[in-house]
Design a protein. Structure first.
Length: 346
């Protein structure tokens, strides 16, 4: 699949001059928000209480009657964090309370200007304000073990004639504001808002937090599912990850999954420096998404040679993708990268 087809179009390539200082701010997100599954992956109303445990950390998310805040609702928090970090970098004072134009947010988050999108912002604020979290996650030099909202307060201002939301006011939670003050934030790729699926965004966030600028990083599929916050069966989650592997559209990182359910992330820039000028780096014994029985290093030879969609045809399709697959990982044995990789298992 063409990467550009897998991503949303850049809806605002030529931003208006009066919002360029706002919309062109570098994308920033707090580290705890990247690491832990505060947000729902579905846009459907979800009122289930969720609890996640990993090592010594635990997290309990309690939605309101409006449902759990979604990954797409998080766009508001990323926008606020980015603006505050830009102000902090410029030496301007920052506040826990921020007011901004709805249009500026839509430009920043690569959304349409249609009336429905303005209404969605108000719905998102309601879910953010209603979702409560209890956790023991460390922020700065403190260990937080209490209830807090994703935002403490929120307001919208509407135009009297059109009824359209024009401005939004948000008071960030103490939890998030302390993270901003402590500079516990990471920069996101500009194409983050072009990712269509909530799952893709969460997988990218996990890769950004853990792989970062390392050459590569690996994690077990079950642990990845827990960190992402997916409620799918492991089989369905595996299929979704394998689809992401073949599409290859995740910003900054290439993804692969092997026959032992080990998901590996490679920093594309680092991989290209270690490979040839085209960045075509060999993929060491990694399985892709074919439905056949895989051996280490290849697919089994069980197919129906007479079937139009037989395994022989399927294998040819995979072989045609060899260039994109070869770009995924540096061969550990050949390039000596095994010592640079980190592995997290369940």
């Amino acid at each position: 699949m063409n990467v550009e087809n897998a991503l949303l179009p850049d809806r605002h390539p030529q931003r208006e001059l009066f919002v360029c200082d706002v919309a062109d701010a570098v994308l920033k997100a707090d580290m705890a928000g990247l690491e832990h599954p505060f947000f729902a992956l579905t846009t459907q109303k979800d009122t289930r209480v969720r609890r996640y445990e990993n090592g010594g950390n635990w997290l309990e998310v309690v939605p309101s009657v409006k449902g759990l805040a979604t990954v797409f609702d998080k766009d508001i928090l990323i926008f606020a964090t980015s603006q505050l970090m830009a102000a902090k970098k410029a030496g301007r004072p920052i506040s826990q309370e921020i007011t901004f134009a709805a249009r500026d947010l839509l430009v920043f988050a690569n959304r349409h200007f249609g009336g429905r999108n303005y209404e969605l912002l108000e719905d998102a604020l309601e879910r953010l304000a209603g979702t409560r979290v209890r956790t023991n996650i460390r922020v700065g030099q403190q260990v937080v073990e209490s209830f807090f909202g994703l935002v403490d307060a929120a307001e919208t201002v509407r135009d009297h004639k059109s009824g359209r939301v024009t401005k939004l006011y948000v008071k960030l939670s103490d939890f998030l504001f302390r993270a901003i003050q402590s500079q516990e934030v990471l920069t996101l790729a500009p194409d983050y808002f072009r990712l269509r699926k909530a799952l893709d965004r969460r997988v990218y966030e996990i890769a950004r937090k853990h792989c970062g600028n390392q050459t590569e990083w690996a994690i077990g599929l079950e642990l990845l599912q827990k960190k992402v916050g997916s409620s799918d069966t492991l089989r369905a989650f595996r299929a979704a990850i394998r689809k992401l592997v073949l599409e290859g559209h995740l910003p900054d990182y290439a993804v692969g999954i092997d026959t032992n359910d080990l998901v590996r992330f490679v920093n594309r820039r680092t991989a290209q420096k270690l490979g040839d000028k085209t960045g075509r780096i060999m993929l060491p014994r990694m399985a892709t998404t074919m439905r056949g029985r895989w051996r280490r290093g290849g697919i089994s030879t069980r197919w129906n040679p007479n079937g139009a969609a037989g395994w022989r045809t399927a294998w040819k399709k995979v072989w045609k993708r060899r260039v994109s697959l070869m770009q995924l990982f540096a061969a550990s044995a050949a390039s000596g990268l095994s010592g640079t990789a980190r592995h997290d298992r369940v």
